[in-house]
Design a protein around this ligand. Sequence first.
Ligand code: RIB
Ligand code: CA
Length: 306
Amino acid sequence: MSTRIVIDCDPGHDDAIAILLALASPELELVGVTTVAGNQTLDKTTRNALVTLEIAGRSDIPVAAGADAPLRRQLRTAAHVHGDSGLDGPELSEPSALPVEAHAADLLAELIEPGVVLVPTAPLTNVALMLERHPEVRDRLDRIVWMGGSIAEGNVTPAAEFNAFVDPEAAAAVFASGIPITMVGLDVTHKALFTRAHAERLRGAGGAGRFVAELSDFFQAFHERSYAFDGSPIHDAMAVAHVIDPTLLTTRRANVAVETRSEFSDGRTVVDLRGVTGREPNADVGVGVDAARFLELLVSRIESLA
Ligand code: RIB
Ligand code: CA
């Protein structure tokens, strides 16, 4: 019996790879994709989600566009990471499919039934809007597995990871919702680097393999410049991989609070691993990953796509 998932994303190189991993994995059924402004503007993240599904021959999966800006802040994109298109690197034609009319917040509410896992790999604006518009969804959403946040260092500021930084108010609302949530943060995603050797394995492996290899060529250049890494963290794919095989990650129960009123730390996910605040644990936080098994799962599944 496969697990039905919905991905809320801002493609983005790693979002696109996460979508392909979901499509390539028999343990999962991707029943919908929603898009939000983040890595790039909403028009670009939506186009990129449609393009990615088309490359995998899955334009049958509904895509709904959502918020074009955070709940209360100016949008901050990551063109320096993902390029002007949001998927720089591969030569891509325009998608033939269109998004559905519905707003992402409404499609999420429609698709979320008991047993469905929501996998946001972006700022949580759409998820917060869904909870505002459809509060009853809280009672039927089994789990959120979010790529975002960090226990230690951020990546946009020393304090904050991008998906939390762009919309701290949305992240705070989701962590306060009472919905079971797993946080897949930088502390684990930075421990599993997709290298040029992985890219070479995929370059000759059909359309999806070549697409991922070319995405990683561009993504790798940023990580070499900015982190001197010899590979790229495919952040969002790790959230999907956790749903496929929960033994890949080691998690700890902790309270996660999101800073929204700080000069230097807005968007920080304050993870109380030792319970010193007295705040009730509200999340399962990734603290370790079997990097080799994650990367082998990722590459072998992408290889298996036609
Ligand atoms: O900080 C990494 C996260 O921000 C990833 O989801 C990446 O796609 C960007 O959205
Ligand atoms: Ca993302």
